[in-house]
Design a protein around this ligand. Structure first.
Ligand SMILES: [Fe+2]
Ligand SMILES: [Fe+2]
Length: 188
């Protein structure tokens, strides 16, 4: 089930050099000062996705230590649902509203925005797989099926596989978007 776009995102070492000029205009060490309001909100959203991923990784770790699949089910399924819903909503707003606006305001970065849009497509595939994996685990637990542990393992593998591409995307997107908000007037 290897997806070349997801593999490329997972192994990308950072934002490609040709899209880093905005970051050079407004480097990360200046992000701690007073930020544009939308830029600050964007960073907050990304921090919450990182926190959410870490929380779910932690729940899987607790399950590996305790073997308590019921506890994993009770805590992970609602956490996963909320993660999937929020991340999907975030990507829709970015790809549907912000990215087209950014392409208009700063056409020179359009290819960088295209890269971020392709990341969304790749991540969407992994969200879909996570949704299916979550359902399968949920159904196994509610039916008290014999393969609960297999389904939990499968879900844990999917969470693992999705983490790196997501974290890569969040960081690379920030490297384009935060300087854009800060340096260009991209508000309506
Ligand atoms: Fe994004
Ligand atoms: Fe984002």
């Amino acid at each position: 089930m290897s997806d070349p776009a997801a593999d490329a995102l997972a192994s990308r070492p950072g934002l490609p050099v040709e899209f880093r000029w905005l970051l050079e205009e407004f480097p990360r060490d200046r992000w701690s000062g007073k930020l544009d309001e939308t830029a600050a909100f964007w960073l907050q959203m990304h921090a919450s996705f990182r926190g959410h991923q870490a929380h779910m990784d932690g729940l899987v770790g607790q399950w590996r230590a305790s073997g308590d699949a019921q506890a994993l089910h009770r805590q992970l399924i609602p956490a996963l649902q909320s993660f999937l819903q929020h991340l999907d909503g975030h990507h829709r707003v970015e790809s549907g509203q912000y990215f087209p606006m950014m392409r208009r305001i700063e056409p020179k970065i359009a290819a960088g925005i295209d890269l971020l849009d392709r990341d969304h497509d790749a991540i969407h595939e992994s969200l879909e797989a996570l949704f299916q994996g979550g359902m399968a685990f949920h159904q196994a637990v509610t039916a008290n099926a014999p393969d609960i542990v297999d389904k939990a393992n499968r879900l844990s593998d999917l969470l693992d596989a999705g983490a790196r591409p997501l974290l890569r995307h969040l960081e690379d997107e920030e490297d384009i978007v935060i300087p854009l908000f800060q340096l260009r007037d991209i508000h309506d």
